[in-house]
Design a protein around this ligand. Structure first.
Ligand SMILES: Nc1ncnc2c1ncn2[C@@H]1O[C@H](COP(=O)(O)OP(=O)(O)OP(=O)(O)O)[C@@H](O)[C@H]1O
Ligand SMILES: O=P(O)(O)OC[C@H]1O[C@H](OP(=O)(O)OP(=O)(O)O)[C@H](O)[C@@H]1O
Ligand SMILES: [Mg+2]
Length: 297
């Protein structure tokens, strides 16, 4: 029997999600003793250990109870749930983590005049996600051939083994390089924390709760920006209306300029150049957008 008082988290051993996942766990106060070429890393501070595996294995490891949590792309988690029929089973997406963003899309050769899914009827579609693709085709009442490939899916149309593909897209560079065009999105994906719908009724449940609280704090701070600006009192209403969401701004007087105010606002996300330009048009100036390192309300 394995001890029930330590938690195991599975994550990708080597790939796109490895560095950001480790960084996130570190920010949550978790550090690990073993070197990264090992499969198992013993947690130093908290009783939380790491399993370093292929990302495709993560949902199965959680479902089998080998580990309690996993950091994995939503694309991999949902593919597992669809193909194993574990949609309603207690394998849940506990938190979106905000990195590894990409989408699972249908792409066709440039010359394919695509306007709707029905045009895929009778065609062959190459993919590494037969479960998600099959579900999408059924949903749209399309009968198409699904050609399952482990990788290099984008080459299939050129080789004549498929008429279209269903693959991950981020910048779109891979599609352009292969004269393909993205025409439909099946799934918006990012790394997620996967785990049990119902927490284990032992120490591990308490640990998961603690970790989720820390994670929420870390994610909130990571996505927060502090906006500082100066505005004439007369423009305050207009400027305030344009501020990206968040709590009420703090206002401070500006020494020697009674008609001016210094405004400080915590924004719950990126502040774009476009938003800044709009705020400036409303009368603000001396604008600064600062990242937030730590926050204790
Ligand atoms: N171009 C991309 N940009 C951003 N995120 C991506 C991109 N491609 C894939 N991802 C996300 O990152 C996850 C891991 O991608 P990676 O290419 O490292 O996986 P892999 O080759 O399947 O690795 P493994 O060896 O663990 O099986 C994907 O499942 C997806 O969620
Ligand atoms: O839209 P883009 O920014 O081009 O990204 C999409 C590509 O990234 C991933 O492949 P990856 O680069 O991991 O190559 P691999 O699957 O061959 O390992 C994915 O499978 C796509 O091919
Ligand atoms: Mg993989």
């Amino acid at each position: 029997m394995r001890p029930r008082d330590r938690l195991r988290i599975a994550m990708q051993k080597s790939g796109r999600l490895t560095e950001p996942a480790l960084e996130l766990l570190k920010r949550c106060g978790l550090t690990f003793r073993q070197s990264r070429d090992k499969l198992f890393c013993f947690g130093e501070g908290e009783p939380v250990d790491l399993l370093l595996v292929r990302d495709d294995d993560i949902p199965g490891l959680i479902a089998q109870g080998v580990c309690e949590l996993g950091i994995v792309g939503r694309n991999v988690l949902d593919e597992f749930r669809v193909t194993t029929g574990r949609d309603s089973e207690p394998l849940a997406e506990l938190r979106p983590l905000g990195f590894g963003r990409c989408r699972l899309s249908i792409a066709v050769p440039q010359e394919f005049d695509y306007s709707e899914p029905a045009q895929l009827s009778g065609r062959r579609i190459a993919t590494s996600y037969p479960g998600l693709l099959g579900a999408w085709l059924r949903e749209h009442g399309v009968e198409a051939g699904v050609v399952t490939l482990a990788g290099s899916v984008e080459i299939a149309p050129k080789l004549g083994t498929a008429d279209a593909i269903c693959d991950l897209v981020q910048s779109g560079g891979t599609l352009v390089a292969n004269q393909l065009r993205e025409v439909d999105v099946l799934l918006e994906s990012e790394a997620v924390l996967a785990g049990p719908q119902a927490l284990p009724a032992d120490e591990r449940g308490d640990l998961i709760e603690l970790l989720l609280k820390r994670l929420d704090g870390v994610i909130q701070v990571r996505e927060s920006r502090l906006l500082l600006l100066q505005t004439p009192r007369a423009a305050l209403d207009a400027v305030t209306r344009l501020l990206p969401g968040g709590p009420q701004p703090t206002l401070l007087p500006v020494a020697g300029q009674p008609d001016q105010l210094m405004l400080q606002a915590l924004c719950a996300g990126e502040v774009s150049w476009r938003q800044l330009e709009e705020i400036k048009k409303a009368g603000a100036r001396e604008m600064f957008v600062l990242p937030v390192e730590k926050m204790l309300a």
